[in-house]
Design a protein around this ligand. Structure first.
Ligand SMILES: Cc1cc2nc3c(=O)[nH]c(=O)nc-3n(C[C@H](O)[C@H](O)[C@H](O)COP(=O)(O)OP(=O)(O)OC[C@H]3O[C@@H](n4cnc5c(N)ncnc54)[C@H](O)[C@@H]3O)c2cc1C
Length: 521
């Protein structure tokens, strides 16, 4: 995870990589871990920061997908439940068990969901997270003291997983680097290079210095999510669009709105979607929506109607209906959905399974999928790369590969620093070595000053936003509090990176511009 070392490698014109991956979200990082752990010369290029795209904006669930079961997508649920179990085994410092309650208000809801969730339990097999159970009205009220009690008949409790998406992304980048991959952020692919008709590498530009690199590779993987169409066009200028963005919005509220360790799952909102209210880092995350968008962006903005929908729906299930003033942070993410044909299904019905496409020139593109299935997606992609690039055939080893920081002694439910795993003590020790780094940056959000220096030294953090949005989750938990601590972050970073006052001011202005879309005026 050293940017300078990777830049030096990129300057070596004679070097040919086995695998070059474009995109540092869940999909690309998974591919980097898979390829590097099989021993291939692997390079990952991310145009901004790791998980800056969709992969830091999920509902934070590691799940089989109860909704996909409802839709009858059995193979996707089976695959996701298996991956959920593997993710928990390989990264117990990042993934934890979360109990969900479905409150039921109809006579048929209890038996219907109890049977469905028993199937869900059975499908998880040996990798199950615990069994589901029917709850009486009293038990449901005890589990969810804030849930609307009028008309409540009971509930069903079931188990799924939860994680911190951007911290998982950083740990994957570190795992790939541990196995010899070169990973770099702020390095954008601007073109593909070809030998004859075949893709033989990429052109990339360091976004910090504008230095350009011509990079040769036996295989090139397009893992750019909602940006996939742009890479496809570099390959085939007249090629058809293959993805459409569908926006999902989340609201973050104070934990008092749930005041329970159980999450709420609403399987059928008035417009036929699923809604979650999930405890996360001492707050509650409510989401999500599914809005087909015309355009994509790295900073999608929640629409007013999406916020209203979530407030209104959440209000039906919480005794105290949240208002705009209660929103501590609102974030939007874009699902890279396979483009439906004219007259096809609605976005909420498009399968969340993944799809791998190989162009005539040999460019491998992967779209769709879920965070939960990132490992299997990567395995499938690298299998294709082996064939296309004529790479020596080596078995995938990620099923039982511990993710960087692995330890069984960290509980993400109770410890806000659990995601650092075995690195936690080393990170905190920075505060003991240097008094300026001791103590909290934000006591409210339990963020320490030493996390900033650690992230610059070990996690390739380059900007104030990297720290506040993805190395810590300040922006996603409480946007105003993140703005309050931004100047302190800039000071610590400037010292570590040897930057000037001008850099600090520019960073703060850029951060304010991003953060203003995360809170309500
Ligand atoms: C609202 C919402 C909620 C979700 N909740 C869950 C959930 O709870 N659980 C779950 O399992 N899944 C969930 N998902 C799905 C999951 O988040 C996505 O499937 C996953 O994050 C997609 O990752 P990706 O790597 O394909 O895309 P991205 O994370 O978008 O990564 C693509 C990356 O490519 C980079 N890139 C683009 N162009 C270039 C270029 N030219 N050069 C270099 N880099 C480039 C981008 O900057 C970006 O970082 C959710 C999705 C959404 C939208």
């Amino acid at each position: 995870m050293n940017r300078e070392t990777t830049l030096k490698k990129l300057r070596k014109k004679s070097k040919t990589w086995d695998v070059v991956i474009i995109g540092g979200g869940a999909t690309g990082l998974g591919c980097a871990v898979d390829a590097a752990s099989r021993g291939y010369k692997t390079l990952l290029l991310e145009q901004e920061d790791f998980s800056k795209g969709t992969s830091s904006r999920s509902t934070k669930l590691v799940h089989g997908g109860v909704r996909y079961l409802q839709q009858g997508d059995i193979s996707l649920v089976l695959e996701a439940l298996n991956e959920r179990g593997l993710m928990f085994k390989n990264a117990p410092h990042l993934v934890s068990n979360q109990s969900f309650v479905i409150p039921t208000y109809d006579w048929w809801g209890g038996p219907f969901y109890t049977i469905g969730l028993k199937m869900y339990d059975l499908m998880a097999g040996k990798l199950g997270f615990g069994s589901s159970k029917h709850l009486s009205r009293e038990e449901a009220m005890k589990a969810l003291p804030t849930v609307e009690q009028e008309g409540l008949r009971g509930g069903v409790i079931y188990q799924d997983g939860q994680f911190d998406d951007s911290r998982m992304a950083i740990s994957l980048a570190q795992t790939a680097a541990d196995y010899g991959a070169s990973v770099i952020n702020y390095c954008k692919v601007t073109n593909l290079i070809k030998e004859g008709e075949l893709v033989s590498g990429v052109v990339a530009i360091d976004q910090e210095t504008d230095e350009e690199f011509t990079i040769k590779s036996k295989t090139v993987i397009n893992a750019t999510g909602v940006f996939s169409n742009e890479i496809i066009k570099m390959d085939e200028p007249d090629g058809n669009d293959i993805v459409v963005p569908s926006q999902g919005v989340h609201l973050v509220l104070s934990k008092d709105f749930l005041s329970s360790e159980y999450a709420i799952m609403v399987p059928n909102t008035p417009d036929g979607r699923v809604m979650f209210a999930v405890p996360w880092h001492n707050h509650v995350v409510v989401g999500t929506t599914d809005t087909l968008m015309e355009n994509h962006s790295l900073e999608p903005v929640a629409l007013d109607e999406e916020i209203d929908f979530l407030l209104e729906t959440a209000g039906r299930y919480l005794v105290k209906p949240p208002t705009r003033m209660d929103i501590l942070s609102v974030f939007a993410g874009l699902r890279p959905l396979a483009k439906p044909n004219e007259g096809d299904k609605e976005t909420k019905e498009i399968s969340r399974g993944h799809k791998i496409m190989i162009s005539v020139s040999g460019l491998i593109t992967i779209i769709g999928g879920k965070w939960t299935t990132y490992r299997k997606m990567a395995e499938d992609v690298i299998e294709k790369a082996i064939l296309l690039g004529g790479l020596p055939d080596r078995e995938c080893v990620t099923k039982h590969l511990p993710i960087h920081g692995f330890t069984m002694n960290a509980d993400p439910h109770t410890d806000p620093l659990a995601s650092y795993g075995i690195d936690k003590e080393k990170m905190l020790a920075l505060g003991e070595e240097d008094k300026k780094l001791s103590g909290f940056l934000s006591e409210k959000l339990q963020i320490y000053k030493s996390q900033v220096t650690w992230a610059v030294r070990n996690e390739m953090a380059r900007t104030v936003e990297d720290i506040l949005a993805r190395r810590t989750r300040a922006l996603f938990l409480d946007a105003r509090e993140s703005l309050r601590i931004a100047p302190d972050v800039a000071v610590i970073m400037a010292k570590e990176l040897g930057k000037t006052r001008r850099w600090r001011l520019k960073q703060l202005a850029a951060y304010e511009e991003v953060a203003k879309n995360y809170f309500m005026e």
